[in-house]
Design a protein around this ligand. Structure first.
Ligand SMILES: [Cu+2]
Length: 274
């Protein structure tokens, strides 16, 4: 792993480009909904701060939602793979890549409570790392304000479990999460954070507009904190919009004779005070 990082670091120096992290996106414009209904989701593999790279997604291995109405409710899992459609998603500049969208009928997100969406693409081969990465990505939607399973671990190999409601965060607040693997905390790991720095045009399948923030230094593009010895981390939320949190090294496996790193991603939405 150290060698992988060192190699990536050398390549970065050599190309004199900032080291941006990969983030699997599971995007919808609004995560705190007043009522259920049809939903359109975009599944895009990108660098959300720069938004000028769209990696070709591998086929989706798993895509489902776990819904729970009320703290004591029963969790219901609904497979969503049947709604996936391959699209080309365009980034800034001339970036474009293979992505997916899902048009969910109104019966999927219908009643009140939490909806924990999960996508797991097949392992992606990253030449710069000479290995595969696979991101277990969560995005959580609430309907009607009734809480549910937003804080329940799903037992994924790589998972970020929120300790704040991911869909109810004010600008200027903080967000705390726990890095887990199969339901157990993962201590002292690196946690990367990127702001989704552009608008998403849902109809055009594209990032549009000018970047909202100009980073004063490459270290501000992908920010990093370290989880503590209980796997917990806290980040500030200085701007409204979507923030991606990625843990780039939760599980290391062998895949086709090469390294496969399983990573955890969580998306949270931040809202300005009225
Ligand atoms: Cu990339």
């Amino acid at each position: 792993m150290k060698r992988r990082l060192l190699l990536a670091g050398l390549l970065t120096l050599f190309l004199s480009a900032p080291a941006l992290a990969h983030f699997q996106m599971l995007y919808t414009p609004e995560s705190a909904l007043n009522q259920g209904g049809e939903m359109n989701l975009k599944l895009v593999f990108t660098h959300p701060f720069d938004a000028d790279h769209i990696m070709d997604m591998e086929p989706v291995q798993e895509f489902y939602v776990v819904h729970q109405r009320g703290e004591e409710g029963e969790a219901q899992t609904t497979d969503l793979k049947e709604y996936l459609k391959e699209i080309t998603f365009r980034g800034l500049g001339d970036a474009a890549g293979k992505a997916f969208e899902a048009n969910l009928p109104a019966r999927v997100v219908r009643s009140m409570g939490d909806y924990v969406f999960v996508v797991v693409p097949a392992p992606y081969y990253e030449k710069a790392d000479e290995g595969y990465i696979q991101q277990f990505t969560k995005m959580i939607v609430n309907v009607g304000g009734m809480p549910g399973n937003w804080h329940e671990p799903l037992g994924l190999p790589a998972e970020i479990v929120p300790l704040n409601k991911p869909y109810a965060n004010w600008t200027g607040g903080v967000f705390t999460g726990v890095v887990m693997s199969n339901g157990d905390p993962v201590p002292n790991v690196e946690v990367d954070i990127e702001y989704l720095n552009v608008e998403v045009d849902m109809a055009a399948n594209a990032f549009v507009g000018e970047p909202r923030i100009e980073a004063p230094h490459p270290a501000f593009e992908t920010m990093t904190v370290l989880a503590n010895d209980k796997g917990e981390f806290t980040i500030g939320l200085p701007k409204a919009g979507w923030w991606g949190i990625a843990v780039p090294d939760v599980v290391e496996l062998d895949h086709n004779g090469q390294e496969l790193v399983q990573e955890a991603v969580l998306w949270i939405q931040v809202t300005d005070l009225p």
